[in-house]
Ligand binder design. Structure first.
Ligand SMILES: CC(C)(COP(=O)(O)OP(=O)(O)OC[C@H]1O[C@@H](n2cnc3c(N)ncnc32)[C@H](O)[C@@H]1OP(=O)(O)O)[C@@H](O)C(=O)NCCC(=O)NCCS
Length: 153
């Protein structure tokens, strides 16, 4: 049996590390919209959860989820390159899905870059369905794919 690594709620002190991971892994080649001040607002927002995973003293992955009535929206999820394929992304996603269920969400929605084969494979493994493609959906430069998963009770 594989045991998930410990996941914790993000703190204000994590904002810079989360913003740096977003710039490097998610917003690569696009304008950097998740700068530390925006991450800090998410950390402090009552209807947003920021989950993080550490390796030793370092934050190596995070996920940000917003709650919108019966939907939860997974805003960002990333794991540092050298720590990928070790189950950390899955642990973060499971934690966020459990929190979404507890908050009354029936469905998780998210968007991903169409050219992001790793993310598409990852979400497919976790039972997400691709429901729409928006050409040029990211700043007119990159196609966007919309995914969703209905949560079981
Ligand atoms: C997507 C991401 C979060 C996955 O994190 P991770 O910790 O590597 O994921 P896991 O180790 O839990 O992977 C679970 C499964 O997903 C699939 N998967 C993950 N990465 C994959 C890749 N690069 N290629 C193909 N399948 C992949 C595999 O089925 C994997 O299981 P396996 O390793 O036993 O084959 C990570 O690749 C990442 O941070 N990418 C950059 C940021 C990003 O694209 N975020 C998502 C869009 S916001």
């Amino acid at each position: 049996m594989t045991v998930d690594p410990p996941i914790r709620l993000g703190r204000a002190a994590d904002a810079a590390a989360i913003a740096a991971l977003s710039r490097e892994l998610i917003e690569e080649g696009l304008p950097w919209t998740w700068q530390p001040a925006r991450v800090l607002r998410a950390l402090q927002h009552p209807e947003t959860n920021v989950a993080v995973v550490d390796a030793g003293d370092e934050l190596v992955g995070f996920g940000i989820m917003e709650y919108l009535d019966t939907d939860a929206y997974l805003v960002l999820l990333a794991v540092r390159r050298s720590d990928q394929r070790k189950g950390r992304g899955s642990a973060l996603l499971r934690w966020l899905e459990t929190a979404a269920r507890a908050a009354g969400a029936e469905r998780v929605r998210l968007d991903a870059r169409r050219d992001n084969a790793a993310a598409r494979s990852f979400y497919n493994e976790h039972g997400y369905h691709e429901i729409a493609i928006q050409e040029g959906g990211y700043h007119g430069a990159v196609d966007r794919i919309r995914l969703e998963k209905w949560l079981r009770a």
